[in-house]
Unconditional design. Structure first.
Length: 469
């Protein structure tokens, strides 16, 4: 009788923090299910992970987990942070990485005698359609993992139509015009809420990249989304007919006791000690994720607004957050004033732990999808200042659908910041907490045993097992 071999899944994330994290959490879950896992980063991100102090413990805990890497096509000393690097990746990663992925898969296919052997299935990032190309060429089943919200993905499927109707590029004059042609979201979105790429001129290469990658998704045999039916039902049901299978398995959460949590940067844990000494529900947590950049003027507007609100704050200021005339700028000296008394600034925080801390009352966020879900699960209401990609759509969901925060899109003047911080932490707290608690409960239930995402993850595991038999 032929023996069923242990399933082997190869995961290929887009090389940005917000993509690596949920894919790494999924990889850990698959590893827990007994699968062999190969996680393919770019050489640069691979090296960053290896610099983390807890990597050895992780590898000991997960002996069936292998990190592998492929080049991204840039010289090793080229800068690899910020949005410029991501724009380069949109244009060039396919050409640079596809041959190396092919080579890696061929060498795994030849490992027939080893326990690992060729992959049963590839899970490729939804912005890495070259993973689908390679899987098709080598006849390996492929599933796409799109790490943005389902709402935003559904919007991406309408970009060509919106270009055809002349709504894109969105201009300053029509920002508040309702978007009527996206079924299921008719009463939710205005043109200003469309993904940031909709403000680019027609024919812009990044716009074209997103259109191409979205169309390519449907060639995968199934789609994984980091969301749940309870959170995004209207969009998930609209996406349903486009895919043979959709596994909504979110909100994916790093398990603090048993996880590597998928972050590339070493966290500054001193902020946890600082939080321990703050009164309950008194602190505003501020972070703009891994890619957003601010000008000196913008950061000062935020600073004045926050200080004038009189609230305590924990602020993540990455070394490349502030952009100056000649590249990365320095933190304005003004930020030192008042910080010692009421604030704490770190370069990178253990965000999920911060959001779960009893001292935290609110989150001023850029509305990245991971941050949005993490805040939702933690029951922390948000002020949203979206800048890139799906962030514009997510922040609209926060203010209009889940009602667990305010959308501060397209402005950050000090008086607006001050007012919204006061509203969130004080004046409108009761009202906002009612819906925040409700959606938090739904998000947590989804991943509990018997919940919709829990059940979908079990189904995904069973479906991959059946590919191996
Ligand atoms: N993050 C973190 N520490 C920080 C800031 C962010 O661990 O100081 C994590 C955060 O928990 C989230 C991810 O980085 O999981 C950022 O992803 P998101 O989709 O929110 O935004 P992106 O960085 O892709 O813009």
């Amino acid at each position: 009788m032929e023996q069923t071999r242990v399933p082997h899944v190869l995961l290929l994330p887009f090389p940005a923090q917000g993509h690596i994290k949920p894919m790494l959490i999924l990889a850990e879950l698959l590893s827990h299910a007994g699968f062999q896992v190969t996680f393919v980063n770019t050489d640069h991100n691979h090296d960053s992970l290896l610099r983390r102090t807890d990597i050895t413990a992780f590898c000991k805990r997960f002996p069936n987990f292998l990190f592998s890497s492929i080049p991204d096509g840039l010289p090793s000393d080229h800068p690899r942070s910020g949005i410029q690097y991501i724009r380069y990746l949109f244009g060039s990663i396919k050409e640079a990485s596809k041959p190396a992925l092919c080579q890696l898969l061929i060498s795994l296919k030849e490992e027939t005698g080893s326990q690992r052997g060729p992959p049963t299935c590839i899970i490729t990032d939804g912005l890495m359609s070259y993973g689908i190309d390679v899987a098709e060429e080598l006849q390996i089943p492929v599933i796409a993992f799109r790490t943005c919200s389902a709402y935003c993905l559904w919007v991406y499927f309408h970009i060509s139509k919106l270009v055809g109707e002349g709504e894109i590029p969105v201009s300053d004059e029509n920002l508040d015009k309702p978007v009527a042609c996206i079924s299921g979201l008719e009463n939710v979105l205005r043109l200003r809420d469309l993904p940031s790429i909709c403000r680019y001129p027609k024919g812009n290469p990044v716009l074209q990249f997103f259109i191409g990658e979205t169309t390519a998704l449907t060639r995968a045999s199934a789609l994984i989304l980091n969301t749940s039916h309870e959170i995004e039902r209207p969009a998930i049901s609209k996406l349903g007919p486009l895919f043979t299978n959709i596994y909504t398995i979110g909100p994916l959460r790093a398990s603090p006791s048993d996880s590597f949590n998928g972050v590339l940067l070493q966290e500054d844990r001193s902020c946890m000690t600082w939080l321990d000494s703050q009164p309950s529900r008194s602190v505003l947590y501020i972070s703009f994720g891994s890619l957003v950049i601010l000008t000196r003027d913008q950061i000062l507007e935020f600073w004045h607004g926050i200080v004038n609100s009189g609230k305590r704050f924990l602020w993540v200021i990455r070394s490349d957050l502030i952009i100056g005339e000649s590249g990365t700028g320095t933190v304005p000296v003004e930020l030192d004033q008042g910080t010692e008394e009421r604030g704490c600034i770190v370069g990178w925080a253990p965000q999920e732990e911060v959001l779960g801390h009893p001292a935290v009352a609110g989150f001023l966020t850029h509305s990245g999808w991971n941050s949005t879900m993490e805040s939702m699960v933690a029951g922390v209401p948000m002020i949203c200042w979206p800048q890139l990609a799906d962030q514009q759509v997510n922040s609209r969901g926060v203010s209009e659908v889940w009602k667990n925060g305010f959308d501060m899109k397209d402005t950050c003047d000090r008086s607006t910041v001050e007012k919204l911080v006061r509203d969130l932490m004080e004046d409108k707290r009761e009202e906002i907490m009612e819906s925040t608690d409700k959606i938090a409960k739904m998000a947590r239930e989804a991943v509990k045993e018997g919940g919709s995402s829990y059940t979908n993850l079990e189904k995904l595991i069973e479906d991959i097992k059946s590919m191996a038999s």
